[in-house]
Design a protein around this ligand. Structure first.
Ligand SMILES: [Zn+2]
Length: 184
């Protein structure tokens, strides 16, 4: 594994690669940092990029999961690109391509981060996942939690349509409706 630590995107404060949700100094978002020197010396990047793979996990060396047994995958990523010729003509762009992210397991690009996020949760021995979301993120987290065998709790505001709630529940997640909570 080449991930070394977490770094705050705002103040640069470094944190161990552990269960840390936000920067302990300023509350900022954390980014995973890697040993780029070792990556450059030990990994043949062109081999990885040219290799066929059915999910984003073909790029495993760039991801922070240590133990492959903790990888939680529903075969996400690697979605196709389509040449959008008609739209390109309207916009004056000859080489306009659209990546069809609907082909992900829950029809959303959110499956990429949740595949990695739930894998890390498994690695940290979490038993429960929780999110406040009423959209694609909720469905994705619910699906990956189900795959990992984790209980999942989703908080939604009370205006969320029933079809959306049913989608989240279909993965076995528990949905908690919260009255008067603003958009999220
Ligand atoms: Zn910070």
């Amino acid at each position: 594994m080449y991930a070394t630590h977490l770094s705050c995107v705002f103040c640069g404060e470094e944190h161990p690669l552990d269960v840390v949700y936000k920067c302990r100094k300023c509350g900022g978002v954390l980014d995973v940092r890697y040993d780029y020197e070792r990556l450059r010396n030990e990994v043949n990047l062109s081999e990885i990029f040219s290799k066929r793979g059915d999910s984003l996990w073909k790029y495993r060396v760039f991801l922070p999961v240590r133990n492959s047994e903790n990888v939680v995958s529903l075969v996400e990523g690697m979605t196709p690109l389509f040449h959008a010729e008609s739209l390109g003509r309207v916009l004056g762009l000859r080489n306009l391509y659209i990546k069809d992210e609907r082909r992900n397991p829950t029809s959303s690009f959110k499956d990429r981060p949740y595949s990695v996020g739930v894998s890390m949760a498994k690695e940290f021995r979490a038993r429960v996942t929780v999110a406040a979301s009423s959209g694609n993120a909720a469905a994705s987290l619910a699906a990956y939690s189900a795959k990992a065998g984790m209980d999942c709790y989703i908080f939604v505001h009370d205006k969320v349509p029933m079809n959306r709630i049913l989608e989240i529940q279909s993965y076995g997640a528990r949905v908690i409706r919260v009255r008067g909570w603003g958009d999220f």
